[in-house]
Design a protein around this ligand. Structure first.
Ligand code: NAI
Length: 249
């Protein structure tokens, strides 16, 4: 059960949805999880849940806006200093600013690229120094099926996630000889705040396209991330694990 005991993991977007489930799952396997997001109160809730469930690991709340590159470097340095190691980075935080390409403002395009792609690059760069020294590490990027399939109304989001997949493979090739792997998980349609805002018409339109005829749960992404973080995935590198009930195949 506790296959991540003594591992130190950084998870972005840990306050809710998929990120929250990832934090709890890693802690359930014994990890020390630095859960980052902007909302300190929600992060404290996640940490409390881990304590109440008496999980073997610990969740440490960490207020971080991933659009702040300097803050990213500070947080990573502080985690390395406090714990003496960083074993796993999960780049999970992400946003949508949907709209048709023809009328999308530059600002909506840039905001999504910066949060979903640029921040993942900056975080990966910051942890790599510590992982290289330890000659071990796991970087796990939460992409999306939109990054492989495209999606109308999401040209910015799909571009950010396709970029994340390209970056995953590049990092995987650059760091493999240092025993650092980099993989992506591409969720399909998962029930969270992000998808809650979609009109019922959109949701009803998606459902028949999913062979399993249901949306996914955050926990179904978290277990895959936990697997990729553990020893069982030691020879998996540069892969995109699509977790979508069969939507994309
Ligand atoms: P969510 O909207 O419920 O949670 C997003 C998380 O990112 C929150 O914790 C939020 O605080 C954090 N975040 C956003 N901007 C931030 C910033 N500037 N600084 C720090 N934290 C920030 O979304 P959900 O559904 O849990 O998504 C998590 C990841 O999974 C995202 O990368 C999303 O693109 C991806 N994904 C989600 C799918 C879904 O169907 N829900 C499908 C495919 C991918």
């Amino acid at each position: 059960m506790a296959h991540l005991t003594s591992q130190v993991c950084i998870v972005t977007g840990g306050s809710r949805g998929i990120g929250r489930a990832i934090c709890l799952e890693l802690a359930a396997h014994g990890a020390t999880v630095v859960a980052c997001a902007r909302d300190g109160a929600k992060l404290a809730d996640v940490a409390r849940e881990a304590r109440e469930r008496e999980l073997p690991g610990v969740i440490e709340p960490c207020v971080l806006d991933i659009n702040d590159g300097a803050a990213i470097d500070t947080v990573v340095s502080e985690v390395a200093e406090k714990h003496g190691r960083i074993d796993v980075l999960v780049n999970n935080a992400g946003i949508t600013r949907d709209g048709l390409m023809a009328s999308m403002e530059d600002e909506a395009f840039d905001a999504v690229i910066n949060a979903n792609l640029r921040a993942a690059f900056q975080l990966s760069r910051a942890v790599t120094k510590h992982m290289m020294r330890a000659r071990r590490g796991r970087i796990i990027n939460i992409a999306s099926v939109a990054g492989v399939m495209g999606n109308p109304g999401q040209c910015n989001y799909a571009a950010s996630k396709a970029g994340l997949i390209g970056m995953t493979k590049s990092i995987a090739k650059e760091l493999a000889r240092r025993n650092i792997t980099c993989n992506a998980v591409a969720p399909g349609f998962i029930e969270t705040d992000m998808t809650d805002v979609l009109p019922d018409k959109v949701k009803e339109g998606v459902l028949p396209l999913i062979p399993m005829r249901r949306f996914g749960r955050s926990e179904e992404i978290a277990t895959v991330v936990s697997f990729l973080a553990g020893e069982g995935a030691s020879y998996i590198n540069g892969q995109v694990l699509v977790v979508d009930g069969g939507l994309y195949m």
